[in-house]
Write a protein that binds this ligand. Structure first.
Ligand SMILES: CC(C)(COP(=O)(O)OP(=O)(O)OC[C@H]1O[C@@H](n2cnc3c(N)ncnc32)[C@H](O)[C@@H]1OP(=O)(O)O)[C@@H](O)C(=O)NCCC(=O)NCCS
Length: 160
């Protein structure tokens, strides 16, 4: 399996995998991904096995320290020199789960953010996954103000 960053040509595949991974209320739409791929294709990390898209991670860079719902909606808020790498989604195709695919992607995203001189990474997740992200060094900062999809989200931060 290999990891590469995305281009606009990946739009249908990432949209399809997102819909397979998240409930409709939480899944980013094709319109949203089109805007994100226009502003920050180099902040989409795709894990592939041959032609198959196995998983991906995406999120903007920003100087804002907290992840807000506005960031999901407005790709133009991306700042290439931003201090923080946000993570908006971690997706593994259902057929490839529990084989370390997300781990592989996250290790790469963390290494790239470090190499790019950022302060660290920020994500939000449901309570059930706090222990998973903690393995990578993310610390739980408590319940986020995010109303995304009507769920309760914890903000977690990995600071270099
Ligand atoms: C969460 C997700 C990205 C994990 O991908 P993966 O490639 O299977 O992850 P890894 O193989 O690196 O790690 C698997 C570990 O993740 C944790 N995990 C995965 N899903 C979990 C869940 N629903 N509840 C609790 N822990 C979970 C477990 O610790 C698991 O380890 P185990 O198999 O020993 O129990 C994948 O299940 C997915 O795409 N889910 C739907 C989208 C989603 O919820 N993304 C996260 C948003 S914050």
């Amino acid at each position: 399996m290999t990891i590469r960053t995305a281009t606009m040509a990946d739009l249908p595949r990432v949209t399809q995998l997102e819909a397979a991974c998240f409930p409709a209320a939480e899944a980013a739409t094709e319109t949203s991904f089109r805007a994100r791929l226009a502003h920050y294709p180099n902040h989409f990390w795709l894990l592939e096995e041959g032609e198959a898209l196995v998983g991906f991670v995406n999120g903007m860079a920003t100087n804002q320290p907290h992840l807000t719902d506005e960031m999901y909606a407005c790709a133009a808020l991306h700042s290439e020199s931003g201090a923080w790498q946000m993570i908006f989604g971690v997706n593994t195709h259902p057929a490839y789960r529990r084989r370390g695919c997300a781990q592989r992607l996250l290790q790469r995203v963390i290494a790239d953010a470090k190499a790019q001189g950022r302060k660290g990474l920020v994500l939000t997740c449901k309570e059930a996954l706090i222990h998973y992200y903690a393995k990578f060094g993310f610390l739980d900062e408590g319940v986020s103000s995010s109303q995304h999809g009507g769920a309760v989200w914890h903000q977690m931060r990995l600071t270099f």
